[in-house]
Design a protein around this ligand. Sequence first.
Ligand SMILES: [Zn+2]
Length: 287
Amino acid sequence: MTYHLRENPTWLTGLLNHEADEVDILDNGVWPSPSKCPICWGSGTFRWYAYEAIDAAGVPPMEVVEFECPCVEQWMLHRFFSYCGLSLLYQRLSIRDFSSSEVQDLAIKYIAQVGEYIRYGQGMFLVGSHGTGKSMIAALVTKAAIYYRFSAYFITFNDLVNVYIQTKFSPEKREEMKRRFLGVNLLVIDDVGQEETQNVQQRKTSQARAILDEVLRGRQGLCTFVTSNFPKNTLAEHYGQNVVSLLSELDKKELYSTDFRGDFLPKRTQLERSNHLTRPVVWGAGL
Ligand SMILES: [Zn+2]
């Protein structure tokens, strides 16, 4: 007996040419075509938990069952999520994958209210040290927004800065990206502050400051989720008082508990590997 994943929504069709071009540039080549399916590796089936099956009524949710692999549908979903900036890791995660129930509850709260956040143009500022699950919350909120047919884009601040720098001499490309960042219903800017450690040059820091100011200002009244591991005084030091006051317009939440303990991800991967499980790309946040 093989089970089935939920089908893609009917409105989710292939990407337009220019969207596909964009994904081809960003994509790291793991999944160039449906025939190179990294879910079933061409076998047509994969093993995963029953909770993800739409037709496994009566089967305990944590029982491992065999799924028929919808290679083309999975590939299309992967391409669509990639276009929204989500990495393959986040594409495969759902609300079930938090290790701390406290962070999971918080994610459930935001996911349930994502439509309201977007409609009222209310943003969120998630602060906390590394490994508290804030990026994962933001990624799942992105998936939930897409589920409800809002436009959403997830990008690390480091990538955002690089896009601005790289398109400096291509006004057309720059305008296109700006429309993207300023035009989506939900924008997630992940890991503000992280670009500091990767690019220590003073010049880039001042560019980062100007870019963050421009994007936040351009999105006033729109829903923006920002995550950072910088405390407020460090933020002011690095990005200036203007950015801090723009950030203070967002709802702030500080996260202290650790979700992804250092050994959590490798342990989970090991468990999945030893049981020959494959995590499919999942539509929605899993609520
Ligand atoms: Zn497949």
